[in-house]
Design a protein around this ligand. Structure first.
Ligand code: GLC
Length: 584
């Protein structure tokens, strides 16, 4: 019996572009579609199969485009619909696909749907958003409930014209759509059809697991007694109707096309809930971005703060998801960077001058040897790292950083009864964890602003661009870029790395993450030293014999080295071996 071929998106390498910071072709300081078009050969050469564009729709950029005021037009900073068509054609001609960011939990408050909704209680679009009267407590009017917005403060904004409040789980310029209204859902299907008709190959769906809110919008339990507003994700993450709505999306739109779909699903690590979005028999999405690994170093107060993580925690998380419901068809999205997180080499590797390149390459091996669809974030292929601690708060543009900074500052000012309060500890945390680190402009060459723009960049370029840039790395076989290119080829050449099972070895080892992957008659062995300092690994018991294993990839100059029963891995060393079954 022959097995059906795997769908194309399983073996794809997806490259995420943050358009504002990719390449500015017209010198206005912001990246644009023409800049992306100019780099299509760069992407193809790297080994990219699918380009995912963070939002480029018309937007007031309250949250860098995750606040859309027109779903069917391109923001003029980025170009025009015709530029988008040219980008699509350029990608398709090179055998690459183009995936759009679908941000439909909320719109911008400047979207025509919202301006209509806000205009009067009787407007036909009133019910497209979530409006409620305030609640009066002891003669004082409060928002309808105590939900805290993800970006601080109340999740409700009072509109003086009608005296009612609208829900915004993010900033007040991002009102949440009312998905319980079937007309809203139809409007979303129409947006999707618009882009599919134009030729897009799939969607990354922004916070798609929060579109259905619990009936009655009950108050959240008190967990933080420093403030009135409380985290409320138990009432909006994986809400009561979410699977019904996504199934409807599948029936109405997705099932008619061969698309790649990935849902962003934060606020939950609940495996059975996450599985429900992905299992093929449910007919919802191809895969989700869950955040169990990304949350590993975040305390509950805020992802902008840092808590220490251990390798055993990381192994447990990755091991669980790599093995999770494979027989039922669950499929992973493998990523360690995106526009919402600090740079991976600064979080999971070692970004010091001595270890930066080596540890960035080790992390590349970590990613390309996992089962799932692979995602690479712009600049990751160059080993870009966080910007320095010496940069002040004025360099942090992100609304999440700004709002959190202001909140803590106000709290301290109040508590200490003075204006001038010490904030350097928060800057220490931001230097490690802020989203801003992923948003600095791409470093293309050693010219001013890293060759990103001939104008003034919307965000400062990291200081290391004269040395750390694409041009320099492309010509250097030992560079992080050259390594990523090789690593992506190795992955494509070995189906076992994409589809194989996952067996964790040496589970208790505190320094090394080791595993085998098996697919048909092929096995792969992966050894990753996540720490500085040598690590001894004894493979005798772990895999039985070492005969037949051929070296295929490593981040030190060690081509051609065989596998022995006792291996000493150097600092941050990673190696991959593959063994084809011996035919008797
Ligand atoms: C997603 C996006 C993030 C944005 C948020 C609100 O998490 O990735 O950048 O701020 O949704 O749209």
């Amino acid at each position: 019996m022959s097995t059906p071929p795997h769908p194309w998106w399983k073996s794809a390498t997806v490259y995420q572009i943050y358009p504002a910071s990719f390449l500015d072709a017209n010198g206005d300081g912001t990246g644009d579609l023409a800049g992306i078009i100019a780099k299509l050969d760069y992407l193809k050469d790297l080994g990219v199969d699918v380009i995912w564009l963070s939002p480029i729709y018309r937007s007031p950029l309250a949250d860098m485009g995750y606040d859309i005021s027109d779903y069917e037009d391109i923001d003029s900073r980025y170009g025009t619909l015709e530029d988008w068509d040219r980008l699509l054609e350029g990608a398709h001609t090179r055998g690459m696909k183009l995936m759009m960011d679908l941000v439909v939990n909320h719109t911008s408050d400047e979207h025509a749907w919202f301006t209509a909704s806000k205009s009067s209680k009787n407007d036909p679009r009133r019910d497209w958003y979530i409006w409620r009267p305030g609640k009066v407590v002891d003669g004082e009017e409060l928002p309808p409930n105590n939900w805290k917005s993800v970006f601080q403060g109340s999740a409700w904004e009072r509109d003086p014209a009608t005296g009612e409040y609208y829900l915004h789980l993010y900033v007040s310029k991002q009102p949440d759509l009312n998905w319980d209204n079937p007309v809203v859902r139809s409007a979303v299907w129409d947006v999707m059809r618009f882009w599919v008709r134009r030729g897009c190959d799939g969607f990354r769906m922004d916070v798609i697991n929060i579109i259905s809110k619990t009936d009655g919008l009950p108050d959240a339990p008190l967990v933080d007694n420093t403030q009135y507003y409380q985290p409320a994700s138990m009432y909006f993450a994986n809400g009561p109707q979410v699977h019904r709505y996504i199934k409807q999306m599948h029936t109405e739109v997705l099932s008619h096309h061969d698309l790649i779909t990935v849902g962003e699903t934060p606020f939950t690590h609940e495996a059975s809930e996450l599985a429900a979005y992905v299992l093929p028999q449910n007919r919802e999405l191809n895969m989700v971005f869950h955040f169990e690994l990304m949350d590993i170093d975040s305390p509950s107060e805020s992802p902008l703060l840092r808590k220490p993580w251990t390798l055993s925690e990381l192994k447990a998380i990755v091991g669980r998801w790599q093995r999770f419901m494979r027989d039922d068809g669950f499929w992973n999205a493998v990523f360690i960077e995106n526009h919402d997180h600090a740079r991976s080499v600064s979080r999971f590797g070692n970004d010091s001058a001595q270890w930066r390149a080596i540890s960035a390459k080790m992390l590349a091996i970590f990613e390309i040897t996992q089962t799932g669809t692979l995602y690479v974030y712009q600049g990751q292929e160059l080993g870009l790292k966080n910007f320095p601690r010496t940069w002040g708060i004025e360099e942090y543009n992100d609304v999440a950083s700004q709002n959190y900074w202001n909140l803590i500052k106000e709290q301290r000012q109040k508590a200490q009864g003075k204006e001038d309060v010490e904030m350097s500890d928060l800057l220490d945390s931001f230097a490690l964890k802020a989203r801003d680190h992923a948003r600095t402009p791409m470093q293309w060459n050693a010219s001013a602003h890293g060759g990103f723009t001939t104008g003034t960049p919307w965000m400062r370029v990291n200081d290391d661009y004269p040395e750390w840039n694409a041009e320099r790395q492309i010509g250097d076989e030992m560079s992080v870029h050259a390594f990523w290119k090789r690593a992506l080829k190795v992955r494509k050449a070995h189906d076992v790395l994409i589809y194989g099972d996952f067996v964790m070895l040496l589970e208790a080892h505190e320094q090394v993450f080791a595993y085998t992957r098996n697919y048909g008659s092929t096995s792969a062995l992966v050894l990753l030293n996540f720490k500085q300092g040598k690590a001894e690994v004894d493979l005798r018991e772990a895999i039985g014999g070492v005969t037949g294993y051929a070296f295929v990839l490593g981040n030190y100059e060690n081509e051609g080295i065989g596998l022995e029963e006792k291996v000493t891995l150097r600092d941050y060393e990673g190696r991959v071996y593959v063994r084809e079954a011996l035919l008797n």
